[in-house]
Design a protein around this ligand. Structure first.
Ligand code: HEC
Length: 161
C-alpha cells in the first residue's frame, strides 16, 4: 500500500472514533433530550395545585428527599442534597433547561416506576401518591423555583397564586 492509502486508513480510523465518542454520549451532557411521554395510567396525574411553592409541602418533601422521614428513601444519596448529582448517571436537577422538558405527570411516572436499566428504582411501594407529589414539589425547587406546571398550557408558568 502506498503512503497515501495508509494516510486515508488513518484518517478513517480517527474520524470513526470521533464519531462513535460523540454519538455514545447521552445523559447529562449536551442538549437535553425530552423524556418519553408518560404511559396512560400516569398521563392525567397532576400535582395538587396548592402544592407548588408551598413552604409546608416543600419542607415535607425535603424530609422525604433527604431520608429524614424514612431512611430507606434517600433521593439525596444519588441526586445530591442540592440537586447536584453525586452518583454517575443521575441528572442535574438544577438545570432548568432539562427540568422543564418534563411535565409534572412525567416526573410522577418516573418517581413511581423508576427508569429500567438504571439505578433509579420504582418508589411507589415506599411512597404514597401524596408523598411522591411532595418530594416532586421539593425537587422542582432546584431548577424551577417559583414556577408550576400548567396542564392546560402544557408548560411551566410562573406561580403567581
Ligand atoms: C441509587 C441512586 C438513586 C436514588 C436513591 C434515586 N435516584 Fe432518581 N435517578 C437515578 C438515576 C441514575 C437517574 C437517571 C435515570 C436515567 O438515565 O434516565 C434518576 C432519575 C430520576 C428522575 C428523572 C427521570 C429521568 O428520566 O431521568 C427523577 C424525577 C428522579 N430520579 C427522582 C428521584 C426521587 C424523587 C428519588 C427518591 C424518592 C430518587 N430519584 C432516588 C438514581 C437514583
Amino acid at each position: 500500500m502506498s503512503v497515501n492509502t495508509w494516510g486515508r486508513v488513518g484518517f478513517f480510523m480517527v474520524a470513526s472514533t470521533l464519531f462513535l465518542s460523540v454519538t455514545a454520549c447521552g445523559g447529562g451532557e449536551g442538549p437535553p433530550q425530552p423524556p418519553p411521554p408518560a404511559p396512560p395510567e400516569y398521563a392525567d396525574k397532576h400535582m395538587p395545585p396548592d402544592y407548588w411553592n408551598n413552604p409546608d409541602i416543600i419542607e415535607e418533601g425535603r424530609q422525604i428527599y433527604t431520608g429524614a422521614q424514612n431512611i430507606d428513601v434517600n433521593c439525596a444519596s444519588c441526586h445530591g442534597k442540592d440537586g447536584k448529582p453525586v452518583k454517575a448517571g443521575a441528572r442535574d436537577f438544577r438545570r432548568t433547561d432539562w427540568m422543564q422538558l418534563f411535565s409534572d405527570s412525567q416526573w410522577f411516572w418516573r418517581v413511581s416506576e423508576g427508569v429500567k436499566g438504571t439505578k433509579m428504582k420504582a418508589w411507589k411501594s415506599k411512597l404514597s401518591e401524596d408523598e411522591r407529589w411532595k418530594v416532586i414539589a421539593y425537587e422542582a425547587t432546584f431548577g424551577l423555583k417559583g414556577k408550576k406546571y400548567d396542564p392546560e398550557k402544557k408548560a411551566w408558568v410562573p406561580d403567581t397564586d
